[in-house]
Design a protein around this ligand. Structure first.
Ligand code: AMP
Ligand code: ZN
Length: 139
């Protein structure tokens, strides 16, 4: 638990939230400023800022709740699809420094954009450069 973390305060019950799912180590609640009807956040109950900080068991439980909730929320609100994503780090737009998976139901013609829209200017990488990036990551 982090003292000045709003999501830790939700887990502790000090701040109200519209809970939609709870397991031993994971909590899901509606986003207070939803991008669409049913927009939910799925979080580990323990404090961690980055996905890379989660151990495998917790990451698995987190993703299991996500995969269960996505179709459930979708059928509940009558969505046609969903965007599922994490803003990991300030540079990626993370405002609350406690890992949270956004589940954003999407509707035909809702005027939104795909996840591809989150990127900045696209790099112009040659095949060789792509090969080098892949090799470096795979090492
Ligand atoms: P991010 O930019 O990925 O850190 O997103 C943080 C999200 O948390 C935003 O979509 C906010 O609307 C949401 N949020 C912030 N405070 C609360 C709260 N008390 N209850 C529910 N959602 C919240
Ligand atoms: Zn926290």
């Amino acid at each position: 638990m982090s003292d000045d973390c709003i999501f830790c305060s939700i887990v502790a019950g000090d701040i109200p939230a519209r809970t939609v799912r709870e397991t031993d180590d994971v909590l899901a609640f509606l986003d207070a400023n939803p991008l669409s009807r049913g927009h939910a956040l799925v979080i580990p109950k323990s404090h961690a800022q980055h996905v890379g900080d989660l151990d495998d068991d917790l990451a698995g439980e987190l993703f299991a709740v996500v995969t269960d909730l996505v179709p459930h929320i979708g059928s509940t609100v009558g969505a046609d699809g969903a965007n599922v994503g994490i803003n990991d780090g300030e540079a990626a737009g993370q405002e609350v420094p406690h890992v949270h998976v956004h589940v954003i139901p999407r509707f035909e013609g809702d005027g939104g954009a795909p996840l591809h829209a989150v990127g900045g200017e696209r790099p112009d990488l040659s095949d060789d450069e792509l090969d080098a990036v892949a090799e470096a990551i795979a090492e």
